[in-house]
Design a protein around this ligand. Structure first.
Ligand code: SD4
Length: 315
């Protein structure tokens, strides 16, 4: 068995690549990092890597993480600027015994010392959107519809699991703001003996529930990935609404050690992608919630046509 699950339809192409690699015996670690890197490199996506939208000071600050489910090694970077592939830097950090999570200039020094590729990550398109936003004087922090953090959980044929995330965080965030995506247990978690989970949405709220760890904990208790995602997301959603009158956007995907998967969301039409040994062609699914249950359907041909038509306009 092998499998990979990823947040948002933007992961579709990279799951094609990852799926092929997994068929040919790639490790979960290599497959997940290659797949996330591919999303980072694609300029159309406004919320990950190259093309990511800037903070309120017009700087693209990126967060990324990597976790190895075999030994629980974690590496993460927060608020890193001017490097092409934060996910690769995160994996390199996971190989160290200490200093696994570096932010800002410390992360950049590490990346330089290890000769990771430098790149100005602010595209013309991102700059234009920033200038528009400044004109509108609209600074409300919201996750953007449709294209947010890329998070993936991967299982390879040998039973190893790995997870990785990458994001530019929220458009117009304060300089130095870090979301859930690089925070272990919140944006991601994986244990090859159990399974893994990763989240996307409003980091400030996802962190309140340590959501990814909670899902893995529920799977350890014997719940299926789908039951675990439902319980973790809907309980947190209800609790936030009760205690704070509202809950931000929250979506998660999970896979267990046998390649079974699940998803839950409190937003409309959350898209995610799955490829497994049984269904090796990556499939885009759309999730919605109804009475604390998640309804999942395969994205229609029309939905995919619209997605590809919109995505065509690179830069
Ligand atoms: C963050 N969770 O920085 C990320 C952003 C995101 O949907 O996933 N938006 O809070």
């Amino acid at each position: 068995m092998w499998g990979i699950i990823a947040t948002w339809s933007m992961s579709l192409d990279s799951l094609n690549t990852a799926g092929r690699e997994l068929i040919f015996d790639s490790t979960a670690s290599d497959a997940v990092v290659t797949a996330v890197k591919q999303v980072e490199d694609f300029p159309f996506y406004k919320s990950v890597g190259y093309g990511g939208l800037p903070n309120e000071e017009k700087e693209v600050e990126l967060d990324a993480a990597y976790m190895d489910g075999d030994n629980l090694s974690i590496g993460a970077v927060g608020g890193i600027k001017d490097f092409a592939n934060p996910v690769m830097i995160a994996r390199e950090l996971s190989r160290k015994k200490v200093n696994n999570f570096l932010v800002g200039s410390g992360a950049e020094k590490f990346a330089s010392a290890h000769e990771f590729q430098r790149k100005n990550m602010l595209t013309k398109k991102a700059k234009k959107l920033y200038e528009q936003k400044i004109k509108e004087n609209a600074k409300k922090l919201t996750p953007y519809a449709g294209h947010d953090t890329v998070g993936m959980v991967c299982l390879d044929k040998t039973g190893s699991m790995a997870t990785a995330t990458s994001t530019s965080g929220l458009f117009m965030k304060k300089a130095g703001r870090i979301g859930d995506s690089p925070i272990p247990g919140s944006g991601f978690y994986v244990d090859s003996q159990i399974g893994g989970a990763t989240a996307t949405g409003l980091g400030e709220d996802i962190m309140k529930g340590c959501l990814s760890f909670e899902i893995v904990r529920l799977m350890k208790e014997g719940k299926s990935p789908q039951e675990s995602c439902n319980q973790a997301v809907f309980q947190l959603n209800e609790q936030l609404k009760k205690l704070r009158t509202e809950a931000g956007d929250i979506s998660v995907v999970a896979m267990d050690k046998d390649g079974h998967w699940g998803c839950a969301t409190n937003i409309k039409d959350f898209s995610f992608v799955v490829a497994t040994a049984e269904n090796p062609t990556p499939t885009v699914y759309i999730a919605n919630s109804h009475n604390m249950e998640t309804e999942i359907k395969v994205a229609s041909k029309q939905w995919l046509t619209n997605y590809f038509a919109e995505r065509g306009g690179v830069n």
